[in-house]
Design a protein around this ligand. Structure first.
Ligand code: XCC
Ligand code: SF4
Length: 629
């Protein structure tokens, strides 16, 4: 699909990516600085040219500042999303006409406890109001630390305290990173990286976790649900609406609006057989997990979806929305609608979406889509589509493995200890046109499950593997014998879809629970687990990598990393960080080699835990039975 021919000048993302070659080597290596206007400065990686920027900054300081700023930007994106969810929770309490309401009261009570909010003999709405306000306070409170940090294993909290990296509030860490990386402040790459850790922790254990937990309270905690994926989910006879972006605060309302009788009647009036809603990127994951709404594709498929000619409306909010879409849509009848004051495009219809009149605005958007149906011209929808199962929140994993009455992580830990499952890998993140679309995700995940490693996924990576048919129970046939046995016993796929990118916080909680369950060491860094982002491109991925490393997880990225211009800084990420945090960064563009590194790492952790040899399964024979009597 990389070679669709188009009659517009802007082309596809692959064509524009090819036109960028050769890319700037200084930028690719992370040693280009434009932080002040004495520059831009660049360091010669071969040390024949400039060793210092105009201000005297070295390669490691420049690379560290760039890296820290990427972390801050990523943390800001996830956390601003989280803040919006907290505002929506407050709206649910104060303005029921908005369409929002508390769906999971049980999770509300549990989450409130983490914030020391009283729950006994209180109305749901009163607790929800307190929680929403407390969550909003996390972004700018003048004193204290982030509440969710107390969900990490105690050993981890102690380590963070020792290192001085406990985040105080979300906004402050992002602001401080911007301050410290401005011209002439922090000129020690290790000190810069400490602040980058604090900022990333404020994302994973702060902004992202607030987004995930409060979304579950508002829209329901995911549990396994069937769905379908790929461009073949678009309908040839229904109005196709694609929601693209990140915040379910918008997409949840579109789901409700598209199901209304009034809109369905209007669609029939316009000659359509109904309304077909589908998603792209993380917002797709959000409504897939909670409603089974089909996924049209991941990041690199946003233009392809429009090129089918079958999309009446693409409605976008924030993050990962290509700037090309406005120009791209001019060649099709597709109506592009932006909805966020934070994300607009010149010449594109903007319908301001706010929590206050969310449902009314969603109806307006759906109506525009329906009215656009008669303008549809020739269509060409690819046939490809695949079944999948998604919805493995950490609560769902708990119930699935442990049963409703004794929900726990004990069975998972037991299966890891007895060697049926060798370990856990979180494979997450974006697509990047610099590498073959989806290939790295699929090749990596297939090799991991073949080696009895259970894979947990989020984001565009989950969508990539879903298209390949790895997210159905039948995919157990690709798994090694141990993992296959567990999957078949429980009826689960060997690859578990846990949600969007803010939902990587679910993985943090799952890892903490594995530690607390016992038998696999005392800290996250003892667990036989690893993280990977084989096709990363977004700054958000850097923040995620950084909070996983700082939480004790070995995290390996594909494509490349903008750090290699400084050996000193690379050494800090790949070696020194491990001696501090027990987790470290790594980079490996080849999926096969990446799999080898992860398998090796998991094996090493198993050896350290003393569980490296798979225990022989004991079969009771007659002699042993007699002995027992
Ligand atoms: Fe964006 Fe979240 Fe990356 Fe996909 S995986 S390209 S960030 S949509 Ni999050
Ligand atoms: Fe150059 Fe230093 Fe300014 Fe960066 S901060 S652009 S290295 S002078």
């Amino acid at each position: 699909m990389d070679n669709v021919t188009l009659n517009n000048d802007i082309g596809t993302v692959w064509q524009r990516s090819a036109a960028m070659e050769p890319r700037c080597g200084f930028g690719e290596l992370g040693i280009c600085c434009k932080i002040c206007f004495m520059g831009p400065c660049r360091i010669d990686p071969f040390k024949e040219g400039a060793k210092w920027g105009v201000c005297g900054a070295t390669a490691e300081v420049i690379a560290a500042r760039n890296f820290a700023r990427m972390t801050a930007a990523g943390a800001a994106a996830h956390s601003d999303h989280g803040r919006n969810v907290a505002r929506a929770l407050l709206t649910a309490v104060e303005n029921p006409a908005s369409g929002y309401q508390v769906k999971d009261a049980r999770k509300l009570l549990k989450t409130a406890q983490h914030f020391n909010i009283k729950t006994d003999n209180r109305q749901v709405n009163d607790i929800a109001r307190d929680l929403a306000k407390a969550a909003l306070n996390e972004f700018g409170k003048p004193e204290g630390l982030l509440h969710f940090l107390n969900r990490a294993p105690v050993s981890r909290q102690d380590l963070w305290k020792r290192e001085g990296v406990l985040p105080r509030n979300v906004d402050r860490e992002i602001v401080e990173t911007m301050h410290r990386t401005t011209m002439g402040v922090d000129q020690d790459h290790r000190n810069i990286m400490r602040q980058a850790v604090r900022t990333a922790l404020a994302d994973g254990w702060g902004g992202s976790m607030i987004a995930t937990e409060l979304q579950d309270i508002l829209f329901g905690t995911p549990s396994p649900i069937r769905g379908q994926v790929n461009l073949g989910v678009l309908s040839d006879n229904k109005v196709n609406i694609i929601v693209h972006g990140h915040e379910p605060v918008l997409s949840e309302m579109i789901v409700i609006a598209a199901q209304g009788e009034e809109m369905l009647n209007l669609a029939r009036e316009k000659g359509a057989d109904g309304i077909n809603l589908a998603g792209i990127c993380c917002t797709a994951n959000e409504i897939l997990l909670r409603h089974g709404i089909p996924v049209a594709g991941n990041f690199l498929q946003q233009e392809l979806a429009i090129s089918t000619g079958a999309v009446e409306t693409m409605v976008v909010d924030v993050q990962c929305i290509m700037a090309s879409l406005g120009e791209f849509c001019k060649n099709y009848h597709t109506k592009l609608i932006t909805t966020s004051a934070k994300g607009q495009m010149e010449g594109v219809t903007y319908i301001p979406f706010s929590e206050k009149d969310a449902l009314a605005k969603a109806r307006e958007i759906v109506r525009m889509a329906v009215e656009n149906f008669p303008r549809r011209g020739a269509i060409d929808i690819p046939k490809q589509r695949m079944d999948l199962i998604a919805g493995f929140s950490h609560e769902a994993i708990n119930y699935m493995l442990g049963g409703t009455f004794r929900a726990s992580y004990t069975p998972l830990n037991d299966n890891i200890i007895n060697g049926r499952i060798k370990g856990l890998a979180g494979v997450v993140g974006c697509n990047n046109p610099k590498v073959a679309h989806d290939r790295q995700h699929i090749d990596l995940v297939k090799e991991l499950i073949a080696n009895d490693i259970l894979v947990v996924q989020t984001g565009c990576s989950a969508i990539a593997c879903a298209k390949e048919g790895l997210l159905i129970p039948e995919a157990a046939k690709y798994a090694g014998p141990g993992l296959r046995e567990v999957c078949e016993a429980v009826g689960m796929p060997p690859v578990l879809h846990s949600g969007s990118c803010v939902d990587n916080s679910r993985i943090l909680i799952a890892l903490s629970q594995m530690v607390n369950t016992g038998g696999l060491g005392k800290d996250i860094s003892d667990l036989p687990v690893a993280g990977a982002a084989p096709e990363w491109m977004s700054e958000k991925a850097i923040s995620i990598g950084q909070y996983f490393v700082a939480s004790g997880v070995y995290s390996v990225f594909g494509v490349s990393l903008p750090i290699f211009g400084s050996k000193i800084f690379t050494n800090h990420l790949f070696k020194e960080m491990e001696s501090i945090y027990g987790g470290k960064w790594d980079c490996e563009p080849d999926a096969g080699k990446m799999a080898g590194k992860i398998i090796g790492h998991i094996q090493l952790k198993r050896e350290k835990l003393g569980i490296s040899k798979a225990r022989e399964r004991v079969l009771y024979d007659m002699d042993m039975r007699r002995e027992l009597k």
